[in-house]
Structure formats: C-alpha cells, structure tokens
Write a protein that binds this ligand. Sequence first.
Ligand SMILES: N[C@@H](CCC(=O)N[C@@H](CS)C(=O)NCC(=O)O)C(=O)O
Length: 315
Amino acid sequence: MDITDEQAGAWTESFNSGKFVRKTSEFRDWISKDGTFDVQSGRYHLYVSHACPWAHRTLITRKILGLENHITVDVVDWRMNPDGSWSFNEEEEGATADTVNGEPSLEGIYNRAFDGWQESSKIGTVPVLWDRHHGTIVNNESRDIIRMFDTFSTSEFGNGNSLCPLELRDEIDSMINANYESVNNGVYKSGFARTQAAYDKAVTALFTRLDELENHLEDRKWLVGDGNGQLTEADICLFATLVRFDLVYVVHFKCNLRRIIDYPNLNTFVERVIDIPGVRETCHWHHIKAHYFWSHQNINTFRIIPLGPLEGVHR
Ligand SMILES: N[C@@H](CCC(=O)N[C@@H](CS)C(=O)NCC(=O)O)C(=O)O
C-alpha cells in the first residue's frame, strides 16, 4: 500500500525524488504590545495534538512560563484522518471538543481563517494559535508561537520567566536552526523516505547531529548559554523530538542506529527536562505512541502498536 498524493499533500509539498518535504506554515502573524494582535489574557487559544512534537513545544512553553490561566487549549484526537486532517473527540481520554468554535475538526478552524481553504489542497496542521477577538488564526508555526509566549510572560502575564532572553537570542536561533533539518524534521525525513538514498541521507545526518549534541552536552546542562547554560526554547524544541525517539522513531521511522537511552548525556538531558515541574504532565504517552503507529498506515499497514520499550522516561 502506498500513500496517495492526497494523503501526502497534507504533510508535504511533494514527495518528489523520494524525499519528505515539510510544507510551510500559512499563518505567521505576530502578537505584540498594542499591535493588531495585542498581548491580552484570555484572548488566545491553542489547538494542539498531544502526539505532535511541534505542538508539544507550545504546551511545554505555556506550562513553564505560567501561562495556563491566560492561554486556553483544546486537544485533537490522536487518530489522524487518512487525509492528514485532525478531528476533535471529547470521548477520547486526553482529547477535547473544540470549545471555542464548536467545529468537529481542525479543518473547520482553518476554513474560518482562510478564504478558499476548502478548495485548496491544503490540510491544517497543529499547533494553531487562535485569536478570539478577530476570529482568526494568528500563527501556526510552533517556533513563532513559543517566542510569542515569551512576550506574555515578560509582560504582565505568566511568571515573568523568559525562555529567550535578548542576549541569547542569536545563540538560541542558531541552535534551533542547527537541530531543525537534521533532528526535528530529520526523523520524519527518515521515516517517510521513499528511496534508500533519501533514507540513508536523512538517518546519517540525524545521527551525526545527535553525536554532536551528545558531545556538546558533555560538560553542560543546557544547550545554550555560558557555563552550564540555561533553559531556553532551544532545549524545549530538542526535547519534544527526543522524548518521542525511543518510544516511536527508533521503530516506526527506522531511526535505529542508536536509541537516546544509549547516549548518556542526551538521556540525562531528556530526564532533566521532564523533571522540570509541569513538564511530565504535558507528555501523553498513549497519544504519542498510538498516533504514529496507527495513523501512518502507509508505513505500518496493520496498525500494530508495539508493546515496548520497557526502559525509558515513558513509564
Ligand atoms: N512547522 C510546523 C509543523 C507542524 C506540523 O507539521 N504538525 C503535524 C503534526 S506532527 C501535523 O499537524 N500534520 C498533519 C498534516 O499536515 O496533515 C510547526 O512547527 O508548527
């Protein structure tokens, strides 16, 4: 069974030459003080999937910055539809209804925000940051969303902490960029490759970068900053991928040169992040595992969900 172009279209602009190419985000508006999208409590709403590493970044950041009373959240079902779209299902543990717009699926949200959405071949991704005031999507790019959350926290909302202090911004951006294609997107490029060459290239780049990160973390706790470093967005972005690695990517996406548990420093890093108060409760192991193995029938025909692994942070 092969993925149809209709199925592939949601995730990619093309699978040309056997390579997975992630589509670009459609909404890149910005929340700023006194802008069209002003910094206000109770105005913005997150639509997420607990399975998705990109959405997970936004949930962790919301938690660490103390934004739970200021930014509301709804969660889609872990089952992705065959066309790559997401539905709400309040019957499912850990998922919710769409409490803001009452839509049965995320497509309804994109439809409200984007003229001609239905006629386009696009399928909406998570995370989505929705503006109740203008009734539209502000942004659907995780990196932008977490950076905007910093503005909430350093304004009068949240706990005042910052995951992106100005003096570290360039270093944070370089680190996030360096990990994006190789690691965060690299696991998908490995798993969705349609040629041996594309797979080999993706897996080699992925593990080359993991080896570098293992060395980088030899004498420091966090990816960026002087001395031991300090917790920043860069750590959150890497963590959301690493915490899924042994549970899903090693088997499902064939990222099996090593496991994270085989890398002492990366493994300690994952444990360090998950032990930050509030982070563990953002990790929904069932949504993560069941989503990938069940939803991508093109690479797991019979939707069998593996029982393991026994070891790891996902206990
Ligand atoms: N660049 C986006 C990527 C988001 C993304 O691709 N999300 C995936 C879930 S892991 C999704 O919603 N895929 C469904 C689809 O594209 O059909 C971000 O970082 O926010």
